[in-house]
Design a protein around this ligand. Structure first.
Ligand code: ADP
Ligand code: ZN
Length: 758
């Protein structure tokens, strides 16, 4: 059948055009209007435009040129004649391969944002700018010139230069040729002018590989590690996607299991991605992987644009066996991905708090599905999300219930701050028993870690005499003190009550709203132990690049005896000489207006407790708390994750919170409080209506003022969509998002699977 016979009428000119092999590029933009828009690929750009490339396209009546991403290339959908042409190609190579294109398309859909925004966020700026590349001219001799070389009449210098270039197995740059031929640039320029030498311009890149690390052999796995590894190897061999959750207590040797699994991936000629919290990207971690594999790329936030670009290119060319990095490394363009490992999978830093608000664990899961490979999640304190999946049989659970070499877990004891307070025996943050324990540890030449995870804003309302915390009756979370009007407010449902003058529990009349920060603690430690070198580590002191690593190195060398700080010091560190960990106040996270408050507290105390007892000397942990009987603290004192999960999941079930339900958080903000509130009310009503008609088993909480009710001079209101199916919630947001009044002053965002409730 000829193409013409497709039509039973005389075709319109544009239909004829469509009959040829017209190519149409579907283009998405990183800014409004986001597209996708279709453009015709003119003949002169054929071969230069493909999916994953950026292109310059004309937009609007004025045909303003903008840069967008070509996400598809194909035959026209029937309107090719009316399409504008792509103006030009931007990138010589695609910035996103098929895997990343599919992944980012999924992200835009799932996280309720635009494909162009996701691509722009996911492809590093240094890569887009081709940072660190240089244009170099390469010279070679065309074959037809080589063929008549003997017949050419040339001055001796030119002839010599030409013969030298011909003798070189690869093209040379002009300076290289001048050096080899021992001549100046003059004869070379003359040869080029005569057309006897051909010049091509190519981009090259200067990169620096880290010097090779000393290679170490694999450790001999213990039986539990071996069993876990065997399961992972079986998953790798299956050639299918599966998710494995490795629950291993602190110091159980999870990393060694990852390394030996990756070793198999590498021997199969594939690559692996290892995601860790940014804070764990220490020289120690780097060294651990670099001592086992030849080609490791470590992607951390301090890389410059050119460095990032250089790694990106090496990864894309398959030269890197293992990519180790923080959450954005999930987008590393590895060509033959064999395994993704996500260590400390419970860590909140895997969630990005700006657009696109993705969780690297969920993106990794999606990528692993798309590429039919296993995903390995590891933690001593798995997120309840992952634990729930394992309980449902969606993830395969692997366990390492013991520390390597049967080292004991440290003894953890609670120090009841209520008795301390009543006896007025101590002033300040450090109780007498903790003070004595620090003295003892220092006398025995051990080191001390003191954790105080005080976040600045929220003050819970707590009775210092009995520890009672005033909670919302409907939501089971702490009420927040509002000085204005002396109110106690629930930030989920907007329940309000007056702050009680006496403790509702024990009638004590000194109920208080207080907090203690790391700076105050630091001063106290310096006063109590004036001769002892101590160091504070929190996001305020660690702003300068490298300062975190430097602090840890000084602690490792023993120059620092007491390390005190926020959760930054709670994670992943392996210091054998730490014999005491003190948790200055375990309750800091316990009473935040957040349904994950218990989970965070359990994780934090368990993780920091795991920093001790890693060497010969053993270790102990003292946990100061007003709530020693709180289930999360009780479970942490026993290192008992199973117990914690078993008591916490039913609580979530009862209140309909994740992981039992899906959740989307909407935040609206603007400079005028009343206007934001009205907008939020309207949006809330529309969402309620949308849910009522399409998904009546789903609900909306709020709107209410966000716990951080004002941020950078913007008032904030939020609401929560909750229900069994995330797709129903996403659909509700999509259905109302186009019909909201547009007000330049008011912005709103949707946070799918929110972690931050502030
Ligand atoms: P986790 O990540 O589970 O906290 P690590 O992987 O950091 O534990 O291991 C803790 C320590 O035990 C590390 O110093 C590691 O080198 C060591 N280790 C791991 N596996 C073994 C083993 N099979 N034999 C001896 N030492 C091991
Ligand atoms: Zn009380």
């Amino acid at each position: 059948m000829t193409q013409r016979s497709l039509f039973d009428h005389e075709p319109d000119p544009w239909e004829l055009d469509a009959l040829g092999d017209t190519l149409v590029a579907s283009v998405v933009l990183p800014e409004e209007p986001f597209g996708p828009f279709d453009y015709r690929v003119p003949d002169r750009l054929r071969g230069q435009v493909a999916a994953g490339h950026r292109v310059r396209v004309p937009l609007g009546k004025a045909n303003r040129l903008v840069v967008g991403y070509c996400v598809r290339l194909g035959p026209p959908g029937g309107h090719a004649g009316r399409l504008k042409d792509v103006h030009s190609a931007v990138d010589p190579e695609p910035l996103a391969g098929p895997a990343i294109l599919r992944l980012t398309e999924w992200m835009a859909d799932y996280y309720l944002c635009r494909w162009g925004q996701v691509l722009e966020a996911v492809i590093p700026a240094g890569v887009r700018a081709q940072a660190g590349t240089r244009q170099l001219t390469y010279l070679d001799v065309p074959t037809e010139v080589a063929a008549r070389l003997s017949r050419l009449e040339l001055p001796p210098k030119q002839l010599h230069a030409l013969r030298t270039l011909l003798g070189s197995p690869q093209p040379l740059t002009p300076p290289e040729l001048a050096e080899r031929a021992q001549c100046t640039q003059a004869p070379i320029s003359q040869l080029r002018r005569k057309g006897l030498i051909r010049a091509t311009v190519r981009r090259t890149m200067d990169g620096r590989a880290e010097p090779p690390a000393e290679r170490l052999p694999h450790l001999q796995l213990n039986d539990q590690q071996q069993a876990a590894l065997d399961s992972i190897l079986a998953a790798l061999r299956s050639g299918q996607h599966s998710t494995l959750l490795l629950h291993g207590i602190t110091g159980s040797g999870k990393t060694e299991v990852y390394i030996q699994a990756i070793d198999q991936v590498v021997r199969d000629g594939r690559q692996a991605i290892v995601l860790v919290p940014e804070i764990s990207l220490t020289p120690q971690t780097r060294q651990r992987f670099r001592s086992r594999f030849d080609h490791v790329a470590v992607l951390h936030s301090m890389l410059t644009g050119p460095e990032r670009h250089w790694h990106w290119q090496r990864i894309a060319q398959g030269e890197v066996q293992v990519v180790v990095g923080a959450r954005s490394a999930v987008f590393a363009p590895v060509p033959r991905l064999g395994l993704i490992v996500l260590d400390e999978e419970h860590d909140a830093s895997f969630k990005q708090d700006k657009l696109p608000r993705y969780h690297a664990r969920d993106v990794a899961l999606q990528r692993a599905r798309l590429e039919s490979i296993p995903l390995l999640l590891g933690s001593a304190t798995p997120s309840l999300e992952s634990w729930h999946q394992a309980g449902q049989g969606e993830y395969r659970l692997l366990s390492l219930p013991q520390r390597v070499e049967n080292r004991p877990l440290p003894d953890v004891a609670a120090l009841d701050l209520r008795t301390e307070y009543r006896s007025r025996a101590s002033r300040g943050a450090v109780s007498r028993p903790l003070h004595r324990a620090i003295e003892q540890a220092l006398r025995d030449d051990g080191q001390v870690i003191l954790l105080l995870n005080r976040r600045g804003f929220s003050t819970s309302i707590q009775c210092p005499a009995c520890g009672h915390v005033v909670n919302c009756p409907d939501c089971d979370i702490a009420l927040t003190h509002h000085a204005e009007g002396d109110k106690a407010v629930c930030h989920y449902c907007d329940y309000q009550t007056r702050v009680p003058e006496r403790c509702p529990e024990c009638r004590f009349d000194g109920i208080r709203f207080s907090g203690l920060g790391t700076q105050k603690l630091e001063r106290e430690i310096q006063r109590r132990f004036p001769q002892v070198p101590s160091l504070r580590v929190d996001s305020d002191t660690m702003r300068r690049p490298g300062s975190h690593e430097e602090a840890l190195a000084r602690f490792r060398r023993g120059e620092i005896k007491i390390l005190l700080g926020t959760q930054m010091i709670a994670k992943g560190l392996d210091f054998p000489n730490v014999t005491l960990v003190g948790v200055v106040n375990a309750d800091t996270a316990l009473h935040l207006p957040d349904f994950r408050a218990s989970e965070r507290t359990f994780q934090l105390v368990t993780q920091v407790a795991g920093r001790t007892g890693r060497g010969e000397k053993g270790g102990r942990v003292l946990v100061q708390t007003f709530s020693p009987e709180h289930p999360a603290i009780q479970a942490a004192l026993r290192h008992d994750y199973l117990r914690f999960a078993a008591q916490e999941l039913p609580v979530r079930q009862r209140h309909g919170y994740p992981p039992v339900s899906a959740m989307i958080r909407i935040i609206a903000r603007g400079p005028r409080e009343r206007a934001v509130e009205q907008f939020a009310e309207l949006m809330g009503q529309r969402l309620r209506d949308a849910l009522a008609s399409a998904a009546p088993d789903h609900r909306l909480l709020g709107p209410a003022p966000a716990p951080v009710a004002k941020l950078r001079r913007r008032y904030r209101f939020h609401m929560l969509l909750i229900g069994p199916r995330i797709a129903a919630l996403q659909q509700a947001v999509r259905s109302v998002s186009g019909q909201l009044p547009t007000d330049d002053e008011i912005q709103w965002v949707a946070d799918v699977d929110p972690l931050d409730m502030q």
